[in-house]
Structures are given as C-alpha cells and as structure tokens.
Design a protein around this ligand. Structure first.
Ligand code: NAD
Ligand code: MG
Length: 384
C-alpha cells in the first residue's frame, strides 16, 4: 500500500488523481485531501476514499466541512497552517495540485517531509526554483513532474546519458488563439480564453495557455527540473497535443512521448513510478490522428513567451515577479477588470518596476511574491 495525500484535491488535476486512486483501492491509502473552499466536493471525495483528514485552506469554510463530515470519523481542519500540516503527514506520495503560488508553502512542507512529490503546481517551482530544488536534494524528496510536457521529458531522459542531451523541446498546443489575428486579440473574452481546444483544465492555466504564458512558465519549470540552461530549451507549436515533448541527443536521436491529451496519463506515471499502472483511457489511434504538425511559435502575438524567457535568463527574483504579476493579471482578466492583451502588459510593467536581489529562502521568495502582487494590483487599478 502506498500512502497518498492530494493537495488541491477538488481541482482538475486533483480530481483526475483521485479517479486513478479510487480505481485501485488495494494499492493506495489516502491520508489527507485539501481544497480551498469546495466543501461539497472535498467531503464527498474524503468519504469515497476513506481519507483520514480533510482540510479547507479558507478557514471560513471549516464549519460547513465539519457538518458535511460529521459522524464519518474523518478528521477536519481549516487554514493555511492546516494545509501544511496535511502536507507534513509523511505520505509516500503527495500530489501538489494547488493552483498558483498559494501552493508554495504546502509543497515545500511536503518536500521537507521527504517522500515523492508529484508536482503539478508549476507556479511554486517557477517562483522558488533553486530554493525548492535545493530543499528536495537536502531532504531526499523525489520531485516527479506531472505537467504533461515535463512528464514526457522525464520519460525520455536516459538516466546515464544526461550529458549527451543536446536540446529539450517543449511542445505547445498554441491555445485557442493560435490562428487569431493580432488585431482581434484585444476583444478576447474570459469565456473564449478558458475554452481550450485540446485539454480540459482549471481556469487559470487555461488563460495561461491562451496567452502562452503557460509555455513560458514551463520553460522555467524545465530549467529547474532538468538542470538545463535556456539555450538548450526550445518551444514548438504542435496543435494536435499528441507528442507531449521531446529530448534530442547529440547523436541526432529525438525521443518523444506520445499519449492521449488526458492528465491521467502523466499522473499515473508519477503515481506508479518507477513502475507502471493501468489507466482507463483508450489508446491513441495513430491512424485516426493521421498527421502530426509542428510550427514555430509567434513571439509577436504571444509576448508572454518572450517575457518568461527573459526572466529565466536573468534568474534571481525575475521568475517569481513574472509569476506573481501574471497571477494577479489573470485573476483580473477573469473578473473582467482588464482586457486580454493587458495581461502580458501588466507582467512586463511589474517586471520593469521591481528588481530585488535573488531570494535565498522560502520567506524571501514569499516576500518577493507579495511585493510583486502589490505592484501588479496597483497597475490593474490604474491601468498600464
Ligand atoms: P484548479 O483551479 O482546477 O484547482 C485548483 C485546486 O487548488 C483546487 O482544489 C482548489 O480548491 C485549490 N486551491 C485554490 N486556491 C487555493 C488556495 N489559496 N489555497 C489552497 N488551495 C487552493 O487548477 P488545476 O487546473 O487543477 O491546476 C492545478 C495546478 O496544476 C496548477 O498549478 C496548474 O498550472 C497545474 N497543471 C494543471 C493541468 C491541468 O490539466 N489542469 C496540467 C498541467 C499542470
Ligand atoms: Mg503543460
């Protein structure tokens, strides 16, 4: 039996994770499930999986959670510290699927407890990069990439041949606006932006895919996970989302991982790692797919990619500022307080206004994150 904790259990990745866990009750024992405030979904999942503990990050939702789980024997807790306590329970395998930098402290707590941490929460790694990878090394924790591209790369990297890697190539679907005219992009609505052509995901990452900031964050994520410099990380647009990423070796071999665009495939890879488990999805029908297309990304219509590349190359606090400003801008866009094109503009503006030294601890990263949010929030109010 593997003990499992799911941070962000009610979200898109969290629900896919529980779907796999619930299909193999003989293999997994659930310790803790956490959510922000989706009490109904959290309580139902805790009952179905017979979890020991259910936690809401938003403490005002705790009374409702207590009511929902009264008489079940499942313990309940609320607040940010309680989420970290759930992460510290020492599960063999922890899914980090909270969205945004809100997941950083819980992820770091899970890392410090050792064990395997399946990382979906890319914003935490983008913000805390070196601090997080150093903590993983110091505590003997294994970071298992859940993001489909990084999971593909992880599968294609030959352990003994890391020095022979010439390039890592991240594939991008290009999002819902890959064919949209530059002149029509200002009018994009939140509804259009969250309607991703290939993947069903939470609202924040769907908007990131639409601006291609998601691919920018993934470049930074790949840098930290695979210790690759920026000049050996490429992005290509591949609209079918069948090839999830590639590793090129110096002999000219290109290894790719292909699979259905269903997050249960990469999640299952990390859940069973280093073994393999069955998943319920139909296998890819390559004949039905027929062709695979690749094209270069357009840096003019998708400036977020350029901003993220520059933040990666500058290092230090730049990725944390990029991420924080993007989180604020995406939330404002989803709230209809700013337009689609202002998302990247606010990120660029915030990066131009704030340039602290490299954060060398978790608290230092959280301070940079808070200050960048304050500045970006101000730009949302008065406009860039
Ligand atoms: P989602 O919005 O569907 O779910 C987010 C989860 O985090 C929910 O359980 C929510 O309750 C919880 N949460 C939100 N705010 C919180 C807070 N302040 N404190 C504690 N918990 C909070 O998001 P998602 O699409 O499942 O994405 C989760 C993470 O995985 C993101 O970092 C995303 O970039 C990454 N990711 C997602 C996908 C995907 O297919 N959805 C693919 C790759 C990577
Ligand atoms: Mg991805």
């Amino acid at each position: 039996m593997k003990t499992v904790t799911v941070l962000g259990a009610t979200g898109s990745v969290g629900r896919s994770t529980l779907d796999l866990v619930e299909r193999a009750p003989e293999a997994f024992e659930v310790l803790a499930l956490t959510a922000n405030c989706d009490v109904e979904r959290l309580a139902a999942a805790a009952i179905r999986t017979n979890a020991r503990l259910a936690v809401v990050a938003d403490e005002s939702c705790l009374p409702a959670l207590r009511d929902a789980l009264a008489g079940t024997g499942i313990a309940t807790a609320g607040g940010g510290d309680a989420v970290c306590e759930a992460a510290a329970m020492g599960a063999d395998w922890t899914m980090a699927a909270i969205v945004g930098c809100a997941g950083l402290r819980p992820v770091m707590t899970a890392i410090r407890a050792g064990g395997a941490v399946a990382l979906a929460n890319k914003e935490a790694l983008v913000s805390a990069g070196e601090v997080m990878t150093a903590a993983a090394a110091a505590n003997g924790a294994t970071l298992l990439p859940v993001d489909s591209e990084h999971n593909a790369i992880f599968q294609c990297l030959e352990p003994g041949n890391r020095d022979a890697v010439r390039r890592i190539i991240l594939t991008a679907s290009g999002g819902p606006f890959r064919d949209r005219d530059a002149a029509a992009m200002h009018a994009i609505t939140p509804e259009q932006a969250v309607a991703h052509p290939n993947w069903s995901m939470g609202a924040k990452i769907s908007v990131d895919s639409a601006t291609m900031m998601n691919k920018g964050l993934e470049l930074i994520e790949a840098h930290h996970l695979f210790a690759m410099p920026s000049d050996r990380l490429d992005v290509i647009v591949h609209r079918q989302s069948v090839v999830h990423s590639l590793v090129e070796y110096r002999d000219g071999s290109l290894l790719a991982q292909l699979g259905p665009s269903d997050m249960r495939v990469p999640i299952a890879h990390t859940l069973a790692w280093p073994e393999r488990m069955a998943t319920p999805m139909a296998p890819l029908d390559l004949v039905a797919i027929g062709r695979l297309d690749f094209e270069a990304p357009d840096p003019v219509r998708f400036p977020a990619l350029r901003l993220a590349r520059a933040a990666l190359e500058a290092g230090g606090a730049r990725p944390a500022i990029l991420n924080a400003a993007n989180e604020v801008a995406v939330a404002a866009f989803l709230d209809r307080r700013i337009g689609f094109l202002e998302i990247a503009a606010i990120v660029e503006d915030t990066l131009g206004r704030y340039d602290p030294g490299a954060p060398d601890s978790l608290d230092a990263v959280l301070n940079v994150d808070a200050e960048a949010r304050r500045i970006a929030g101000g730009r949302v109010k008065i406009g860039v």
